[in-house]
Design a protein around this ligand. Structure first.
Ligand code: NCD
Length: 325
């Protein structure tokens, strides 16, 4: 596929709800499109007008720094209008349901809703009720597709490919939508995924997704190309999953000694927010191979690509069939 040909392909679905079920071609199209934004985002003038006149609403029912900011920047850099709905000051606080809030926003004719919600499946449900495109910005412990895409872009830009790589996803897999979206994407692209966590933080039956499970960091990290760390998502935990933070850090916190098991040039990734002294050594930037800042930068490139492909082609995705409400 040469560069000229690539520009004619696009991601043709109406929404981006997850990486499960995406084809290698669709993933490659979105990653190739993201590459085209890398240069744009390095220039002094980062603004284009391809989404001029389009409205993007960020509807976040959970906290977010990176995802919400980078969707906002992505929309603005493509010339769209971006509105951030703050749920804490909206009618949700007055008891309005998710669907009623979505229908109200739908009546304002946005072109895309970016939605983050604590319940798995909520974003998909919402996408069936509205006329515009919907992007899943993270639903419960289910999926976070743009995070997996930005992780894939970061890996591909550093190592040139995804296929054949061995990636260890370490930590709180049980509560992690990042882990699930990465498992689907990486498997689809021909990488091999290992999960490393205490027994209590591994979902039962996860081997069916085609991953290898380890409960020992030294063993699981042997020879890996990528070490992807996860935060302990305590806001989703009900009960005790490990004896103490100190013990968790001793066994599963990433430090130089454990990292020595990975390949010499292994990349270290973390979706953020990072908890120093819990899953990461005190100063992760001192760990060789860290690409954590590049992940943040690539978040904008990927979200521009997704917004462009869902909206940039004209009105086919977002406005067709839009009923007067
Ligand atoms: C992740 C999330 O919200 O799922 N963060 C992110 O989007 N950068 C991971 C996390 O919260 O630990």
């Amino acid at each position: 596929m040469n560069t000229n040909e690539q520009t004619f392909f696009r991601y043709h679905r109406r929404h981006l709800l997850g990486t499960e079920g995406l084809t290698p071609e669709e993933i490659t199209i979105l990653l190739d499109r993201s590459e085209t934004h890398v240069q744009q985002n390095r220039q002094a003038n980062k603004k284009k007008s391809v989404l001029y006149g389009r409205t993007i609403i960020n509807l976040f029912f959970e906290d977010s720094t990176r995802t919400r900011t980078s969707f906002e920047l992505a929309g603005k850099r493509l010339g769209g209008d971006v509105i951030n709905m703050s749920v804490s000051t909206s009618s949700v606080k007055k008891g309005e349901t998710l669907i009623d809030t979505a229908m109200t926003l739908n009546a304002m004719h946005p072109d895309v809703l970016v939605v983050r919600h604590p319940q798995s499946g909520a974003v998909s449900l919402l996408s069936e009720k509205v006329n515009c495109a919907v992007i899943n910005g993270g639903d419960g412990a289910h999926e976070h597709p743009t995070q997996a895409l930005l992780d894939a872009l970061t890996i591909r830009r550093r190592l040139g490919h995804l296929s054949g790589l061995v990636i260890a996803i370490c930590g709180d897999v049980l509560h992690s939508r990042v882990a699930r979206s990465n498992i689907h994407l990486l498997n689809t692209m021909g990488a091999r995924v290992r999960l490393i966590a205490p027994v209590t933080l591994i979902p039962s039956g996860i081997e069916h997704l085609g991953v290898e499970v380890f409960h020992d960091m030294d063993e699981g990290l042997k020879g890996v190309d990528i070490v992807m760390m996860l935060r302990l998502q305590r806001e989703r935990m009900q009960g005790n999953f490990f004896p103490s933070i100190r013990e968790y850090f001793n066994f599963f916190g990433l430090d130089e000694a454990k990292l020595a098991n990975a390949k010499d040039n292994a990349l270290i990734m973390h979706p953020g927010p990072m908890n120093r002294g819990v899953e990461m050594a005190v100063d992760p930037s001192e760990l060789r191979g860290s690409v954590i800042n590049q992940q943040v930068t690539n978040g904008i490139n990927v979200r521009m690509a997704v917004l462009f492909d869902l909206l940039g082609s004209g009105s086919e995705n977002s406005l067709a069939g839009s009923a007067e409400v």
